[in-house]
Design a binder for this molecule. Structure first.
Ligand code: PLP
Length: 417
């Protein structure tokens, strides 16, 4: 009989979105007359149609495949050079950041990349050959669960979390932007604008992380899936806006939340050539080369029509259309933020991020607040506890919705007793 990866058995519970679905389904079945009123502001999934240029480029890409003269089979595993160049230019060069096209690796999204990157790092518990890994708390659960599955943690702890991981608390006091840890760490996962809190790191805060990583020879895995939501030029959209970051950080990028590609699937990871890790014998090793090797072995890349769409989104028209899409969701976020604040609730995020992070009403836990909002207002939010111990006492509202639903959600929040 096949032996399974025991590490999967350590996972404390299923990814918590299924539990949300279970409660919503149970409510709808028990209250059929209210089922049609349910507004889902939980999962961070986009609702609006794709930008025009992306649709046209995908149609054209399919037409290419329909003719022998333009047909494409397997392409380069890391993406066609023209697409990588367009990304390097639009997302970095245009902002004065020196990232080479060959440092951009195309993929089907940043969640898969955040999962796969662990493959080029040592696995195992810290102290037993593995890395000491830090995550923020609350946290995008993918970083945690992947490390559990890779065997980089001990068992689930009573009260939440896993043994062996270093948790960095995000609190109202630090604005949900933890400082680098005092204890030694080899790898730190950072995400700004943040899932779930919507917090952004200032240049000074990110600068302290880069300075810390360079000093300790640590690796920063920086998730910038929501960078398009940052509109204040003083707030960094990329870790590479901080000098020296190319020697200590890789960056995950996604077309999901700016181009609406959650269903199309497209993203990329930047692994600079200057970025190094350490082999067990002490040699310094290029992470760029390892990541390239991993792609060549494990993937045949992104489909041609999708790569054409990625390239189109990097052009001036594509950039303008993505900006309009992001503006739309930011308008939603402002409505939700104001509705919660008007109810007297404490709110964070929602200004440079599509997520509004809200303190639960006094005396209520995050699942209790979830149940209350579902039963009294038929609003589905995400309980903060699902994002880690420090998420307890908060809930997240997602701005990814139609304007009609957001306006209605705002009214229902305002009407709550
Ligand atoms: N990274 C963060 C922080 C996210 O919140 C999400 C999705 O919600 C993703 C990545 C997923 O991105 P993708 O759709 O590109 O896999």
């Amino acid at each position: 009989m096949a032996l399974v990866n025991d590490n999967y058995l350590k996972l404390a519970a299923g990814y918590f979105f299924p539990e949300i679905s279970r409660r919503v389904t149970a409510f709808a079945e028990a209250n059929p007359s209210l089922a049609g009123r349910i507004i889902r502001c939980g999962v961070g999934d986009v609702t609006e149609p794709l930008p025009r240029v992306a649709i046209e480029a995908m149609h054209a890409g399919v037409d290419d495949l329909a003719r022998r003269e333009t047909f494409r089979g397997y392409g380069p595993a890391t993406g066609y050079p023209s697409v990588r160049e367009a990304i390097a230019r639009a997302d970095f060069g245009s902002r004065g950041i020196a990232i080479g096209a060959d440092e951009v690796f195309l993929s089907d999204g940043s969640k898969p990349d955040a999962s796969a990157f662990g493959e080029v790092l040592a696995s195992g518990m810290p102290g037993d050959g593995g890395n000491r890994i830090a995550v923020c708390d609350p946290v995008y659960p993918v970083y945690v669960d992947n490390n559990v599955m890779a065997g980089n943690t001990g068992p689930a702890l009573d009260g939440g979390g896993y043994a062996g991981l270093t948790y960095l608390p995000g609190t109202p006091e630090n604005g949900f932007v933890p400082e680098p840890p005092a204890e030694p760490v080899d790898v730190a996962f950072l995400c700004f604008p943040n899932t779930p809190t919507g917090a952004v790191a200032t240049r000074a805060q990110l600068g302290r992380w880069v300075e810390w990583a360079l000093r300790h020879d640590a690796l920063l895995c920086f998730d910038a899936a929501y960078e398009a939501y940052v509109r204040d030029p003083a707030i960094p959209r990329s870790v590479y806006e901080i000098p020296g970051a190319e020697r200590c950080a890789m960056e995950f990028r996604s077309f999901s939340k700016n181009g609406g590609f959650t269903g199309v699937r497209a993203g990329y990871t930047v692994v600079p050539k200057a970025l190094e890790g350490r082999a067990r014998d002490g040699r310094r090793v290029s992470l760029h080369q390892l990541w390239m090797r991993r792609w060549a072995t494990c993937s045949n890349g992104v489909s041609w029509p999708v790569q054409r769409a990625m390239e189109a989104l990097c052009g001036p028209e594509g950039q303008a259309q993505m900006r309009a899409l992001v503006d739309f969701y930011m308008g939603n976020a402002a409505i939700l933020r104001e509705a919660c604040a008007a109810r007297g609730l404490r709110v964070w995020g929602g200004a440079h991020a599509p997520y509004v992070w809200v303190a639960c009403p006094a005396g209520l836990g995050s699942w209790e607040t979830f149940d209350l909002l579902l039963s009294k207002a038929q609003l589905v939010v995400t309980p903060g506890a699902g994002f880690g111990r420090m998420g307890e006492g908060f809930f997240r509202i997602s701005a990814f919705n139609s304007r009609e639903n957001v306006v209605e959600a705002g009214k229902r929040l305002a009407a709550l007793g």
